[in-house]
Design a protein around this ligand. Structure first.
Ligand code: GLV
Length: 308
């Protein structure tokens, strides 16, 4: 029995060592060296090869190597193939670190202090206590809940919004489209962690920004396609938004002439908030294979109709 790995080749070597050491019954193969395709039962991938049903006739599950699965063309996969997202604690740790850094940067006006430094301006701004800074998280899955916990430790006033209802101590939770305006109306800093689906594509647009308090700030750690980039420029120009930290863009890498590179109100990072860490993700992946072998549902199994 074999597993085919089709993702970052450098980290593939680490995955190979981990399988050899801890699961020698599973032969690890790295794309494009697939060997006898009939022996491959599991695919660990960022993107699936085309025509999976023909290429890997005995495939039993697709285990995404990423937290998001929007890069997979779900409708092209065999209909009954289970697909799981990667619930790596290493990803969650990375997301918490990035969100904490981004919230603190915006909360403490670091975009402006950076510009002031470049201009040689020594000018202090008023300090807002964290308890008076309202941070709202869109997307209350594994990452959202962990981020809220980290931010609670810093004393921020927290709320969360998701498609379905959640309950979290000390966090005001909003659910569904009907409660979105009330949620947005009280977010000084909005963090997008949503999965990218047909419902959430382009959700960060001018009409959403206009529902935030004037001068609010945005952090996008979801997918570039959540954001209408032209609308962000409009909202920054009018002062409706005061700043944005973006880890994802519609086109990655951003082209050299992209207006965000030089924008003083935007901090841009190259999709580095979190990366799957083989050393922590291996246990999650292996556990899912063992679960599947025992006939149990996969952890992080997505609903193919919902797309996440
Ligand atoms: C990275 O963007 C991921 O989805 O894991």
């Amino acid at each position: 029995m074999a597993l085919l790995y089709k993702a970052d080749p450098q980290r593939g070597e680490r995955w190979r060592q981990l399988f050899a050491a801890h699961a020698p019954d599973i032969e690890f193969r790295q794309w494009p060296d697939i060997g006898n395709p009939a022996e491959i039962e599991y695919l660990a991938a960022w993107q699936a090869p085309d025509d999976l049903a023909t290429l890997l006739p005995n495939l039993k599950a697709l285990l995404a190597i990423s937290a998001g699965v929007d890069q997979l063309n779900l409708s092209a996969l065999p209909p009954h193939l289970p697909v799981a997202r990667m619930l790596d604690p290493g990803i969650t740790q990375g997301m918490c670190e990035y969100a904490t850094w981004a919230v603190l940067s915006l909360h403490r006006d670091m975009l402006r202090y950076r510009a002031q430094q470049q201009a040689g301006a020594w000018e202090a701004r008023a300090l807002v206590p964290a308890s008076q800074r309202r941070v709202g998280v869109m997307g209350m899955g594994q990452q959202g809940k962990a981020i809220v916990k980290c931010l609670q430790g810093l004393g921020f006033a927290l709320s969360g919004w998701a498609r379905s209802a959640h309950q979290l101590t000390g966090v005001e939770c909003f659910a569904g489209p009907a409660q979105l305006p009330a949620f947005l109306g009280q977010c000084d800093i909005l963090i997008c962690l949503l999965p990218l689906t047909e419902q959430t594509r382009g959700i960060l647009d001018l009409s959403l920004f206009e529902q935030l308090p004037r001068g609010a700030a945005l952090i996008n750690m979801g997918r570039g396609a959540h954001l209408n980039e032209a609308d962000l420029l409009t909202a920054l120009a009018s002062g409706q938004l005061s700043g944005a930290v973006l880890d994802v863009l519609g086109v990655e890498p951003a082209p050299a002439d992209h207006p965000f590179w030089q924008h003083p109100g935007i901090m841009l990072t190259p999709h580095i908030a979190a990366m799957t860490q083989p050393d922590s993700a291996f246990a999650v992946l292996l556990d899912n294979i063992r679960r599947h072998q025992r006939g149990e549902p996969l952890n992080g199994q997505i609903d193919r109709a919902d797309g996440y």
